[in-house]
Design a protein around this ligand. Sequence first.
Ligand code: AMP
Length: 726
Amino acid sequence: MKKISLKIEGMSCSACSVSLEKYLNKQDGVVNASVNLVLAQAQIEYDGKKLKLDDLNRFVSEAGFKSAGEYKLDLENKKDHSKIKLIIYLIILLVLMYVSMGHMLGLPQIPYLQMMKYQKNYALALLILTLPFFIYGFDILKSGFKNLFYRHPNMDSLVTIGVFASFIYSTINTILIFRGHISLVENLYFESCATVIYFIKLGRHIDNKSKEKTKDAIKELVQITPPKAYKRVNDEVIEVTIDEVEIDDILVCKPGQKFAVDGIIVKGSGHIDESFITGESTPSKKGKDEKVVAGSINVDGYIEYAAKRIGKDSTISEIVRLVIEASGTKAKISRIADTISSYFVPSIFIIAILTFISYLVFGSLNEGVISFVTVLVVACPCALGLATPLAMVVSEGVCAKNGILVKSSEILENASKIDTIIFDKTGTLTYGDLRISKMYNYSKMKDEEILKYVATLERQSTHPIAKPFKEIKTDYLIDEFENIAGIGIYGVIDDKEIYVGNNKLFTRLKIKNNHSAHEDELTKDLNSVIYVVIDKKVVALIGVKDIVRNDIKSVIKDLKKQNINVIMLSGDNEKVANLVGKSLGIDKIIANDLPEEKQEVIEEEMKTHSVMMVGDGINDALALTTATIGVSVNSGTDIAIDTSDVILMNDDLKKIIKLIEISKKTIKIIKENLFWAFFYNICMIPIAIGLLKGIGITLTPMFGSIAMTLSSLTVVLNSLRLRKMD
Ligand code: AMP
């Protein structure tokens, strides 16, 4: 059995990856194939005796795509001009529409291009303005023809045939206009070709953006580990690249540096910030024989560690692999329009061809051609192409106004179905770093003044506990400073002797502690406590901890009211997690989870529920990618933000409720849009075929085209109703 990853070119939507995967899995000798749309890659397990690489490449091209050989992780985002192109083609499209339809709306006409006066100029201008769209939509047309050729027509095929049918028909009419049949000027449908191509490209552009984001996230994960390590060789420390590190090499990590590989501490100790794996906001102290993970940061100590897991085996590589896999499965969620068009497309072909043949047999060739084109024109899915993306664009706008950034259209479809929301604790439900939660002032001084003294001292300290004080502004000058190991810090300001530290200060200073009741209270509530002693008098007791964000309680209450299950997931220990979770009214609390375990919890929930994960850290990236919808807060790490589908600006978790509400409305509008898009088609097709000729109702391609425009207009107006949700 052999395994290979092929790079695939030409996949543009989830329907492509699904059809390629199905096709590959059908082939004799292929054991298992899985296609990842985001990374444009096909993972194939096959029988090496039966198949060669050439056979696999052939299968890929038979399915309508191109294999570019073996896949290498290419994380370079290509320079993207698609936005500029969208704008340029929008301008061309608007000019085209103005020339062709401006007069119908009573707009001033362009000299020498009036439809009824200068028929030749008019027809030629429309033809010329339409041609660039064939270059712009080349990928759609190519894929349409290919899929048609290999007999699995998709949306692209219907678009291709529709576009070509109206283009060829309009071009023939243009030639005839030049030969003097000027009345044919009413039978030109160039703008419908351009519109269809433009809107499908717009829809694709929106989808592509989210794929690029996933790539960015993977790239950042790869960059978490430093490229270099410091290796101890006898008494010397030399700089080496990560590739040169071997198992059991002794590496050095100084304060502020990152660990280069997974390993075990052999010498020294320090506070290590592992928040990207554990989500734990406070760096934990580690010493000899304890494990360190590549990418974590040594905050203060000098540490030597033995390399244990390097390269592919390291924790971070494992996370990268899992994120890649998860991003692949997610892209497979098929879209409503894709599903419908898989039935619609072949039906329309059959109807158009049958109509053509019937006219050949029972009528004339001319009637046959006109009816064939009319059927395709009225069936051409312009409104269908618009139905989903347009509603999405409008509702993405509404979301953005509400501080909710939605990265892909599928999200707005899926958010309405969410019945379980899993919150990460640290950084999501809480702020994610230590903050002053309570202060007891035992002196006559003002709180601010005491805090200024503390801040002046803490500025000199590298201990993690000092962080919340470093943000306080102070203009005091410090005369003396000393670190008192295991206890705290000491300094002299304005001739005052100031101590800041834990209750061991009392023994050291030989003074009595009258405040242990307050200390107990703070400790029970999971605070780290800090005493402030000035000139041997206890002036204050300060509690610092990671505190819960505003309004969370009411958000959770509202979600529960809507029958949504709320779960809290945390890398922290059970005690901390339970205390926070229970205080917020969360019933299901899962603690002590590593990234892979978080993913397992989500996968388990996803068996029976539609799951939204809300997180903020690198340790959540995998969970965010796996969940039906990943939501990150804006203050989270870049990786969490990139692997998520939704970003909550201002970290406002209340907006989750708004998102679900907008999504429900969007789905309703999309369904209505699809109904209208098809309603016109379905009513018009029998007329286009000529079934109602008996009662005097017929349809020319021109009226077909007007009907199509009307259906698009309905879709546009209907989608704009979403704006009312602001
Ligand atoms: P360490 O062993 O370095 O983690 O320090 C032990 C204890 O000393 C800490 O848990 C704090 O209670 C106290 N401590 C150390 N540094 C500071 C500081 N800069 N400010 C306040 N307390 C400190």
